[in-house]
Design a protein around this ligand. Structure first.
Ligand SMILES: [Zn+2]
Length: 327
């Protein structure tokens, strides 16, 4: 139904702008895949060929200080948070692992905090139970990078593997960087915890972990996991990797930590979060992947995105907005 500017303005006057925006939101939603809220923190999206389950792993309330964004002032950061209707004294960083059922395989992308995060984190297993997903039914865990919120959930405090039947797939450049003992020995004190986590999680399974080179099919042989490709997304960490999943009607990009808090770094893609190890490479990656998403009309999922953490990217000014399928 074409709507002329005049009709639109007249309708706005009649209905009120807020309700007209609601009409447009529902028109936009009609073109998007339907998302089902299974439980609080569990969203299922059927892409046709593939079913995606987003599982919240809680959040971390990080007090906001001037260091969080390297190249913006605290005032600018607070203004961006305020514009998004968020608190300005802290940033709530959500964690969102993703499960994709594809070709008879059940694949978990990133393992969450497990028992090693903030008290408000580590909800993945609880939410998997709500979703009716048995951890033992996971066949593969694909890791985007080696920060603790992505790997610690692989192994519990007793040392047991949480997804005992899964093969673990990691980006080779990430493995090579973090598992280098000389680099660990000479690392600054502030990074020792991150290096120790990689040893705790991976040392006992070093022989069975499958390393892949980003930019090629993730898993060896299409018969294992067809339709999942990896994309180099370096910058946040040296081997940080994004993934493209063939969904049928729509392709999905899982871009992991290409952005931290969306209101800051989706909105202002040139801002650098203090956690980006190579800020300039991360900035370029954000720009490149965002433009690819717009060009190819991809769905987007991300580990630190808000709401159900799966939805659409739209251009706004010199940056972007992320619109989750479910708030
Ligand atoms: Zn992260």
């Amino acid at each position: 139904m074409p709507i002329s500017r005049r009709t639109f303005l007249a309708s706005c006057a009649a209905l009120g702008v807020a309700s007209m925006l609601g009409v447009f939101a529902s028109l936009a939603a009609a073109a998007a895949p339907s998302a089902t809220t299974v439980a609080s923190g569990v969203t299922r999206v059927d892409l046709g060929a593939v079913v995606v389950t987003m599982l919240n792993d809680g959040y971390f309330a990080r007090p906001l200080d001037a260091n969080f964004v390297r190249n913006a002032t605290l005032e600018e950061v607070q203004a961006a948070l305020g514009e998004a209707g968020l608190p300005t004294d802290r940033v709530d960083v959500p964690f969102n692992p993703m499960i994709v059922d594809v070709g008879g395989q059940r694949v978990l992308f990133d393992a969450g905090n497990g028992e090693f995060g903030a008290p408000t984190a580590g909800k993945l297993l609880e939410n998997m139970a709500s979703a009716g997903i048995d951890p033992q039914s996971i066949n593969a865990v694909v890791i985007s990078h080696f920060h603790g919120d992505h790997i610690n959930g692989l192994r519990n405090r007793e040392g047991d593997l949480v997804f005992a039947n899964a093969t673990v797939y990691v980006p080779a450049p990430e493995w090579n960087w973090w598992m280098d003992d000389e680099r660990m020995a000479s690392a600054p004190e502030a990074m020792k915890g991150a290096f120790n986590a990689t040893r705790r999680v991976f040392a006992p399974i070093a022989d069975s972990v499958v390393q892949f080179e980003p930019g090629v099919e993730v898993l060896p042989g299409v018969e294992v996991l067809p339709g999942v490709q990896s994309l180099p997304a370096y910058g946040h960490t040296p081997g940080h990797t994004a993934f493209l999943i063939e969904g049928g009607e729509r392709r999905l990009m899982y871009w992991a930590d290409t952005t931290n808090v969306a209101a800051l770094f989706v909105r202002n893609p040139d801002w650098a979060v203090m956690l980006d190890m190579d800020a300039e490479a991360a900035r370029q990656t954000r720009r490149d992947l965002a433009e690819m998403i717009l060009r190819d009309e991809l769905l987007l999922a991300g580990f630190h995105l808000p709401g159900a953490a799966i939805g659409s990217l739209v251009r706004r000014g010199d940056g972007y907005d992320f619109i989750p399928l479910v708030d």
